[in-house]
Ligand binder design. Structure first.
Ligand code: GDP
Ligand code: IMO
Ligand code: MG
Length: 441
């Protein structure tokens, strides 16, 4: 049974939630390996819309085991809210949800530090989600972080909170001129959260490896995306975790020798939320039009997403960094009314043509996209389920993307619903998940 990583190839919000939801019936386990509640993964089932922040998108299929891996940072209050809202909507969590003992906890001073740091950066701010995710990973790397298991040991938890507050309060007061915290105001709610979450906290690396030994199939659900990866993204305008496929191993405890493939998710265009370079960013009316048609507003913060054209340089880079076997293209329908569609095939920098993604901040800042123009199909693709249902020009657009990326397409998404999905013939997907085509008809 294959274990496959699903990873974002651009700047996030590619539709990973939908792709994971569509593939879940063909696996036994879905595990989130990075990020925290900065993520917003939307899954639409009929008239119901679910936005998942920390819980894997597999949770909507009863019987799928969902794991929050050790690479995730958990805000317990926000996680409990998400759990309660799912339970109210009829989702079963008991026996289906497992949270790593080693996942780090987002403490109340983390969002406070996130806000204070962004305010201090002013024009150079990263445009974070202000969820405290970055500061929580800072503490993890500094070896002062608090892990889920620590929540279950009241004495140890108190000691760690006291030690942390001694330092964080000075930072908040003296560097940022911000409000400080008292130990008791944190301990009260966090110990209540601990009681609530205790039944779900466990050694998930052990569980995952045992399940794999027993023949279970695992989907690794990426959050954020390649260009937001701490090492490989557009640093410093990135998130603070390893979002690429490498993170699937460190963020779960499943070794690379047990992972069999990687599936990238890409929008048929591109979006970015927050600051940082975005070479193919659209300006003016076309940006407004795509934002409106694609409903491009952040699922976590509600911010309007910056919109741009498909960037094949970024995609080739994502194929390389993640070792992608195949790519799922989403939101094709959003381009239905575009007379001309642009695809970036390279960058021009000081007169030279660059075809490999430049990691240097200064090169990227001065890189001008070189576009190829493709005639739009100007016809509805919404809800198309077969490649044959697509207008010839839409098929040609997809073939061109495939050619530029160098890997086959596996899925084309033509709407938010589960069955608004085309399974492509020449991809590893039907081999990995033999029932996938039938399940979407
Ligand atoms: P994620 O963070 O990668 O899971 O993506 P988000 O959920 O943040 O953003 C993707 C949005 O596009 C969600 O609102 C989805 O319901 C929606 N969506 C996904 N696939 C399609 C599609 O093919 N067409 C359209 N129109 N919307 C889609
Ligand atoms: P999903 O999983 C899009 C962006 C923020 C900001 C940067 C750092 O839904 O694709 P952070 O709060 O992580 O420190 O912010 O990363 N960002 C996302 N953008 N989708 C996401 O998640 C994101 N998670 C973080 O906007 O630019
Ligand atoms: Mg999202």
């Amino acid at each position: 049974m294959p274990n496959i990583v699903v990873v974002g190839t651009q700047w996030g919000d590619e539709g990973k939630g939908k792709v994971v939801d569509v593939l879940t019936p063909h696996v036994n386990v879905v595990v989130r390996y990075s990020g925290g509640n900065n993520a917003g993964h939307t899954v639409v089932v009929g008239r119901e819309k679910y936005v998942l922040h920390s819980i894997p998108s597999g949770i909507l299929h009863n019987g799928c085991r969902c794991v929050v891996g050790c690479g995730v940072v958990v805000d317990p209050g926000s996680l409990i809210e998400e759990m309660e809202s799912l339970v109210q909507r009829g989702v079963t969590l008991d026996g289906n949800l497992f949270i790593s003992k080693n996942a780090h906890v987002i403490m109340p001073y983390h969002p406070a530090l996130d806000r204070a740091s962004e305010a201090k950066l002013g024009a150079r701010r990263i445009g974070t989600t202000l969820k405290g995710v970055g500061p929580a990973y800072v503490d993890k790397a500094a070896r002062v972080g608090i892990r889920m298991a620590d929540l279950l040991d009241e004495r140890l938890f108190r000691e760690k909170v006291e030690a942390n507050l001694a330092q964080k309060n000075r930072l908040l007061r003296e560097i940022y001129d911000a409000q400080t915290f008292r130990v008791e105001e944190i301990l009260g709610p966090y110990l209540r959260y601990a009681g609530w979450l205790a039944p779900y906290i466990t050694d998930t690396a052990l569980l995952l490896n045992r399940w794999i030994e027993n023949g279970y199939s695992v989907l690794f659900e990426g959050a954020q995306a390649t260009m937001l990866d701490l090492d490989h993204g557009t640093y410093p305008y990135v998130t603070s975790s390893s979002t690429t496929t490498g993170g699937a191993c460190t963020g779960t405890g499943v070794p690379p020798t047990r992972i069999h493939g990687a599936l990238g998710v890409a929008k048929a265009y591109a979006t970015r939320v927050g600051s940082g370079p975005f070479p193919t960013e659209m300006q003016g009316a076309i940006a407004e039009e795509i934002r409106a048609r694609g409903n491009e507003y952040g699922a976590t913060t509600g911010r309007p997403r910056r919109c741009g054209w498909f960037d094949a340089v970024v995609l080739r880079y994502a194929v390389r960094i993640n070792g992608l076997d195949t790519v799922a293209v989403t939101k094709l329908d959003v381009l239905d009314q575009c007379e001309t569609i642009r695809v970036c095939t390279g960058y021009r920098y000081r007169g030279d043509l660059i075809t490999e993604f430049p990691e240097d901040e200064s090169v990227l800042a001065g890189a001008e996209p070189e576009y190829e123009e493709i005639t739009g199909w100007m016809a509805p693709t919404t809800g198309a389920k077969h490649e044959g249902d697509l207008p010839a020009k839409a098929r040609r657009y997809l073939e061109r993307l495939e050619e530029l990326m160098g890997v086959p397409l596996c899925l084309v998404s033509t709407g938010p619903q589960r069955d608004e999905t085309i399974v492509c013939d020449d991809s590893p997907l039907p081999r990995w998940f033999p029932g996938v085509r039938a399940s979407l008809l």
